[in-house]
Ligand binder design. Structure first.
Ligand SMILES: Cc1cc2nc3c(=O)[nH]c(=O)nc-3n(C[C@H](O)[C@H](O)[C@H](O)COP(=O)(O)O)c2cc1C
Length: 355
């Protein structure tokens, strides 16, 4: 069966052998060394072996101070961590897939005890709306970030980018989605600053601009720098983080002016119309940029993957890639493939190795 899904796609030096990628998925398996359990690393290689054209890592936290938001997250800030990931990138490449590391600072989604330095920072001293699923309690009020904090966070992204390149990753993604730190700056809902970093989209964009400008020199121009964006946050589920389609497109246009190579759009459902328009989030994004677009959200079988690819260049799957080792083959052959629930994905956080 022929389909665009199984045609190659090229960005810079990298040709993706097909359009199907493993979305970033946190597994909370790392111990004190901040290195994921071996079976969690093996999972990524298995997905490359089983046909994924692109494999994302879980969200990698960028410092030992304030970046971590969940127990057992990984880092890539020392040689042991670099070595552990190097084996993974080598193996992913040997199966013909592209590897991208996702770098993450959780901002106000941190909580007492999760970070070694126990510091909770955000653009503004406002807590997320929902309770913290990890503690069942409200989140603490974060401290408003100072200039020192901003430089410290940017340094964490720079060091993590260095680690990622040393470990042989083909690309590096700055997590600007899901209500984490950079998303908190971008959205007027969580950013109430009255300095140069709050107010207009130009100001709210300034922190991500500074992060990208600092990180890019660490990523050779032939490797990939990507951002992930979303209109939703993990602990603000029912909030539209951006006002309307115009605001979203203004943000995307600003990203297009940055030295990045692709934009990854995360949705609950790729097919939903966005901001009361008759267009999907991917279609709106495409209108505002010529950069390659990745899309994710409820893409679970051949039909949905083909439909999602109409407005995007690459499609990512989280739960289907997680729970069905043969998902790429099933999409290729058109085998029926179920839509998995979030509850089913809970196995990701157990010590049960995934096939
Ligand atoms: C177990 C699990 C962990 C996740 N961790 C991350 C993460 O670290 N970074 C991220 O950007 N998204 C994360 N997500 C969201 C997925 O990347 C994806 O956007 C989401 O699952 C929707 O896609 P799906 O409908 O194909 O599952 C996670 C999802 C799951 C199921």
């Amino acid at each position: 069966m022929s389909s665009d899904l199984f045609t190659p796609f090229t960005i810079n030096e990298f040709t993706f052998k097909n359009r199907l990628g493993v979305a970033p998925m946190t597994r909370m398996s790392a111990g004190d060394a901040s290195i994921p359990r071996q079976d969690v690393l093996d999972f990524l290689v298995t997905r490359a072996k089983n046909g994924a054209g692109l494999v994302y890592t879980e969200a990698i936290v960028t410092d030992y101070e304030s970046a971590q938001g969940y127990p057992g997250q990984a880092r890539i800030l020392n040689q042991d961590q670099v070595d552990a990931w190097h084996r993974v990138t080598d193996d992913i490449r040997s199966h013909g897939a592209v590897s991208i590391l996702q770098a993450f600072h959780c901002g106000r989604m941190a909580y007492e005890g999760v970070n070694p330095a126990n510091r909770i920072i955000a653009p503004s001293p406002i807590a997320p709306k929902q309770d913290n699923p990890m503690t069942g309690k409200p989140y603490d009020l974060p401290k408003e970030m100072t200039r020192f904090d901003m430089d410290h966070v940017i340094n964490g992204f720079v060091e993590t980018a260095r680690g990622a390149m040393a470990a042989g990753f083909d690309g590096f993604e700055i997590h600007c989605a899901h209500g984490y730190l950079h998303n908190q700056f971008l959205s007027a809902y969580s950013n109430k600053r009255s300095d140069d970093y709050g107010g207009s989209m130009e100001n709210r964009f300034r922190f991500i601009h500074e992060t990208i400008q600092a990180v890019r020199p660490e990523i050779p121009m032939d490797r990939l720098l990507v951002v992930r964006v979303s209109n939703w946050g993990i602990a603000d589920m029912d909030v539209s983080l951006f006002k309307d389609a115009e605001e979203w497109k203004e943000m995307i246009a600003r990203f297009s002016d940055e030295p990045i190579d692709a934009i990854s759009v995360s949705t609950y459902d790729y097919s939903e119309k966005a901001f009361g328009t008759d267009q999907t989030m991917a279609a709106l994004t495409r209108e505002a940029t010529e950069l390659p677009v990745m899309i994710c959200g409820k893409i679970h079988d051949r039909e949905s993957a083909e439909a999602a690819l109409k407005d995007a260049d690459l499609v990512l799957s989280g739960k289907s890639m997680l729970l069905n080792p043969d998902w790429v083959a099933d999409v290729e052959s058109g085998n029926p493939s179920k839509l998995y629930s979030s509850d089913e994905a809970g196995v990701a956080y157990t010590d049960k190795p995934l096939p």
